[in-house]
Design a protein around this ligand. Structure first.
Ligand SMILES: Cc1cc2nc3c(=O)[nH]c(=O)nc-3n(C[C@H](O)[C@H](O)[C@H](O)COP(=O)(O)OP(=O)(O)OC[C@H]3O[C@@H](n4cnc5c(N)ncnc54)[C@H](O)[C@@H]3O)c2cc1C
Length: 358
């Protein structure tokens, strides 16, 4: 299928899609990126970059792109549950709006040679003539020799759908005015309650980013009121301003049987996801982009095992981080235990390493 429009079509221009497109284009491949939203666009996220995400950006040659966004350096996280709290140091964690971050990554992919087309959703992919036809809403279909799906939680490209965890919570987020809270610029604040948890950090323009994971029943009513209940449960005097509009996600925690098939690879949240308690999703997304790049190159060169090798690699490299995040998440589901753990950490700070992966 040499007459295809692209060697590789990447579906989605979030961090995993743009990083994959950038890396593949830098290897001389013809890369098309199909993104449904017009950019810049927001994404439900806490907007923190953990040290692994920052290191991955450096390896991708994006250190100066990140610095140009003037991210906020977070020095510590203050966590509270049931009126008990602990402060843990953070080293190398940054906060930056997803509006600016994702636009910068998509633009870096375009500068590396990828053709980035925003505003047209991918409707479906079909196998044809040894390659793929990628149908797009309101735009010409693209043909490609391989496809990387980076479409996030709602991805439906792989033949086995992701399986949603029975206890999966819903993600919500909003950005508040700078004066809505009195938190310091270098601190991440988190509160854990029975219905979920909530995190707050300042963005590069000083506005306050609020992101949370809530039980589905809590999201059905007034989200602001549900978040205030989490704050009250945790013993915080701070309350959200009234009238804030929150954006929400589909259920978060989910797993996939396989993250690749012949010629078709998933990256980032499309591989499955664990709730954002430890704020590592972007790091996992960028790591999967690094892992998929040689696999796609091998598949295009005729290696029939490339998708299996990627699947195994992803499970051992990203899967290990996910298991650590799941352990932390399990504690957060029990505010009483979690509060006891915070007390233990206050007494013996090294214990934090048991719960906090970074
Ligand atoms: C409440 C919450 C808080 C979080 N906080 C953090 C945090 O602080 N730090 C952190 O590292 N991670 C955090 N995460 C996780 C992080 O947001 C994700 O892991 C990360 O965005 C995954 O990147 P991605 O590129 O795989 O997917 P996404 O960022 O979801 O990007 C997917 C892209 O695909 C596009 N798309 C979807 N369907 C189609 C289609 N059919 N056609 C074309 N395009 C399509 C979307 O428009 C989007 O641009 C949080 C998540 C939630 C829900």
């Amino acid at each position: 299928m040499n007459a295809s429009d692209f060697d590789v079509v990447v579906i989605g221009a979030g961090p995993s899609g743009s990083a994959t497109a950038l890396a593949l284009a830098a290897r001389g491949l013809r890369v098309g990126v199909a993104e449904r939203s017009a950019f810049p666009r927001d994404k439900v996220c806490g907007c923190t970059l953990d040290p692994r995400a920052v290191a991955a950006l450096e390896r991708l040659g994006l250190a100066s792109t990140l610095a140009a966004l003037r991210p906020v350096a977070l020095r510590h996280v203050r966590i509270a549950a049931r009126s008990r709290g602990a402060t843990l140091p953070l080293r190398g964690t940054l906060a930056v709006s997803r509006t600016a971050f994702d636009a910068a990554l998509a633009s870096a992919a375009a500068s590396a040679g990828a053709h980035v087309a925003t505003g047209h959703a991918v409707l479906g992919i079909t196998r044809e003539g040894g390659g793929f036809v990628v149908a797009r809403a309101g735009a010409k279909a693209w043909t490609a020799r391989a496809v990387v799906t980076a479409a996030g939680l709602a991805d439906a490209s792989l033949s086995q759908p992701s399986v949603v965890d029975a206890q999966a919570r819903i993600g919500v987020a909003a950005t508040l005015d700078a004066n809505s809270a009195a938190f310091a610029r270098d601190e991440l604040r988190m509160w854990v309650g029975a219905d979920g948890y909530l995190g707050v950090a300042r963005l590069e323009d000083d506005r306050v980013r609020v992101a949370a994971a809530l039980a589905p029943a809590a999201v059905r009513g007034d989200i602001g009121a549900a978040l205030d209940r989490v704050l009250a449960d945790a013993g915080s005097p701070w309350r959200l301003p009234r009238g804030v509009t929150f954006r929400a996600t589909p259920p978060l925690t989910r797993t996939r049987g396989a993250v690749a098939e012949p010629g078709l690879f998933a990256v980032g949240d499309a591989c499955g996801y664990v709730e954002p308690f430890s704020g590592e999703g972007i790091g996992w997304a960028l790591l999967s982009a690094e892992l998929v790049t040689p696999a796609v190159v091998a598949a295009l060169a005729g290696d029939a095992r490339a998708h299996r090798d990627y699947d195994a690699n992803w499970r051992s490299r990203v899967g290990a981080h996910r298991r650590a995040a799941e352990r932390l998440l399990a504690w957060s589901r029990h505010p009483r235990w979690f509060a006891a753990a915070l007390t233990a950490i206050r007494i013996a700070p090294p214990l934090a390493r048991v719960w906090m992966p970074t």
